[in-house]
Design a protein around this ligand. Sequence first.
Ligand SMILES: [Zn+2]
Length: 335
Amino acid sequence: MFDARLINDPFDDPGVFVELKYRREALLFDLGDLRALSPRNLLKVRQIFVSHTHMDHFIGFDHLVRVCLGRDQTIRLFGPGGFLRHVENRLGSYTWNLVENYENDFNLVVTEVVGEETRTACFACRRAFRREGEQEGKISGGILCDHPFYRVKTEILDHRVPCLAFALEEKFRVNIRKDVLQSMGIPPGPWLMDLKEKIARNAPPETDIRAFWRDEEDGRVHERYFPLGELREKLVLITRGMKIAYIADAVCSPDNETRMLAIAEEADLLFVEAPFLHGDESRAAKKYHLTARQAGSLARKAGVKRMTLFHFSPKYQGQGDLLQSEADRAFAGES
Ligand SMILES: [Zn+2]
């Protein structure tokens, strides 16, 4: 289950924070100004997907490194062609002469994507963030990461520079039947997470699951063991997982439209840029951006359930409602 939100106001820098509920883990799409995100939330981030490195999408990188410095943490970053050089240059602009004494190691594992080819390198804090261990790889079907619970796919859009659009797909949802749980006389708790994880990892049905809870009156811990297969049969309902798509900067060309529709198809929630009103269509095209109407009609064609707009041009400061209503009309099929 994902909890996704824009980090900033739609007139400010782009960025979406996605919390993987119950896992104390989070993902980020784009690294604009991150100061609105608490350090506590920032420290949950394990994977970051950067559309491109225009300043408004990447300026938060320094803030991220500063907050995570000295922590025992590895963060994976993905970006378009040239991304390794950009990360290397940002890290290379600081002095790192005392970091070898840090007790904890903070590592960045960075991948750039060009077509189906990838290039990955590591930057370890205790080794002064030197670019190391470079490896080449390939992705298929646009899949950047494949986790037991979710996958992240990309499509490369044209923004005069390559710009990655992303889809985060929960593979399936494991729902607990609360009525059955109640009839078993066992309260919900963190053990359900272990159950869900084992189901996601396809553990054998005879695997023991330990249900445990603390007695509210005497404070004693109770426990019962069940085979995974039994719980899966009577306690669990598996349904379709959630899909979130993120489309940042792109011109509305036929090629881009095909790719944007592929990434947004039937998303539960689409984050899509809408910098200009359609009256400024030629200005939008010149700057390789979408208009609000194009964003709304894209969401409609892709069959998404909800859309959230961002990246409003400062030109419309105080008129965000105009951009919103233009996109809403197109989403509803009214224009
Ligand atoms: Zn931008």
